[in-house]
Design a protein around this ligand. Structure first.
Ligand SMILES: Nc1ncnc2c1ncn2[C@@H]1O[C@H](COP(=O)(O)OP(=O)(O)OP(=O)(O)O)[C@@H](O)[C@H]1O
Ligand SMILES: [Mg+2]
Length: 269
């Protein structure tokens, strides 16, 4: 039976999907069997960083409406034989019953070592679906005050729902960002007061990897790839060693680029 872990945050756009794709990839690379579930009914996008968009034929909603068998919703990654992916839905149907969702997750969990559930932003139905189906939770935050505030709220909710203490990943951490806009690492740890299992910098290579559909965790040449592998090691060992010392071969901070190149429609990355 798998460890079922939901990846959540409260605030949108902080990196839940990126973490799910890369942590799942790193766990699978280490030999564990992993199933990633995109629980964002209606706005699914976990298929993109995984590069599996063209392979999704059925969703959990199709299984729930009797249009396919459960095994048909499972997409197997061709690069890593131990990695699978499941999309919930293209539309917002069947998102309002956490018990039904939880039962499906339990069935899926029987075939894997890990099931990672990518939670949607906010604390509406999608969040409850993901959290109530999980035995463990990883909260993703950036060092921005709004993200921390939402993370704090979500941690309070998770602590009432899941016996295991939630763990924290600090994403888009970067010393070069305007100091006034972000909270220092030690202050984040003090404010949220939960175990930190990893710190990922704001990294252009992560944006590139999402565009290519190749999880950066596949590539140990990149610092962020190694950092995701380190987080996977922490998860597998149930340990909290957030920091690793690295001499990166390639790490270009997004904040060292002009704004038009960072992200968005006009980005040339
Ligand atoms: N460490 C990082 N460095 C640079 N860009 C990043 C990093 N992490 C995530 N991103 C980028 O930030 C954007 C938002 O990331 P992502 O989709 O993973 O967030 P999310 O929390 O899942 O969002 P949502 O709440 O909408 O589901 C994406 O374009 C992603 O490529
Ligand atoms: Mg997401």
């Amino acid at each position: 039976m798998a460890r079922v872990i939901c990846i959540t945050s409260g605030k949108g756009g902080v990196g839940k999907t990126t973490v799910t794709a890369n942590l799942g990839t790193a766990l699978a690379l280490s030999g564990s069997s992993v199933c990633l579930i995109d629980a964002d009914f209606g706005l699914r996008n976990l298929d993109i960083p995984l590069g599996l968009s063209n392979r999704v034929r059925y969703h959990i909603s199709d299984f729930l409406t009797g249009q396919c068998a459960l095994h048909q919703v499972i997409v197997k990654d061709k690069r890593i034989s131990t990695l699978s992916f499941i999309s919930c839905s293209n539309d917002a149907v069947h998102h309002d019953d956490p018990q039904v969702f939880g039962e499906v997750v339990q069935q899926i969990a029987q075939g894997y070592d890990y099931v990672l559930i990518d939670s949607p932003a906010g604390i509406e139905n999608g969040f409850w679906n993901a959290a109530l189906a999980a035995d463990e939770a990883i909260v993703v935050t950036t060092p921005h005050r709004t993200s921390l505030q939402d993370a704090d709220r979500v941690i309070g909710l998770l602590e009432d729902m899941i016996p295991a203490p939630p763990q924290l990943i600090i994403n888009m951490a970067d010393g070069q960002e305007a100091r006034s806009a972000t909270v220092k690492m030690q202050d984040i740890i003090d404010i949220l007061n939960i175990g930190v299992i990893g710190v990922i910098h704001a990294d252009v290579e992560i944006i590139r990897s999402v565009h290519k559909g190749i999880p950066i965790a596949l590539n140990p040449e990149f610092e962020s790839g190694l950092r995701f592998r380190h987080i996977a090691h922490n998860v597998a060992k149930n340990q909290q060693e957030p920091f690793i010392s690295l001499k990166p071969k390639r790490h270009i901070s997004v904040f060292s680029l002009p704004p038009r190149l960072r992200w968005g429609k006009n980005s040339s990355l």
